[in-house]
Write a new protein. Sequence first.
Length: 128
Amino acid sequence: MKKVITYGTFDLLHYGHVRLLKRAKELGDYLVVGLSTDEFNQFKKHKESYNSYAERKYILEAIRYVDEVIPEEDWDQKITDVKKNNIDLFVMGDDWQGKFDFLKPYCDVLYLPRTPGISTTKIKSDLK
């Protein structure tokens, strides 16, 4: 079984998020999503989510492409997550190009093109 992992905040879930999850799932048999906790977002990423971790987790678990959601509590946990979950492929949007190449000794790393014209930042800006 080929296992894939991706990470994110997945706040104000939109079709770009779903498209990323669909493409990630198509690359393997089992998709794990590392979901940023509220504390990680606030104290490490310095951003605030509209939806709580529990709400975002609930939404992600309802998406058919997602097999498992795990908490992302720190930038440095990725190697541990990859090893612990027997991950074969790490997937992120290409706006992170090169940032996770340090995982290459542990799994394959792939950066997928972002969906043009949509982002949580854009949604928040449009609502102002």
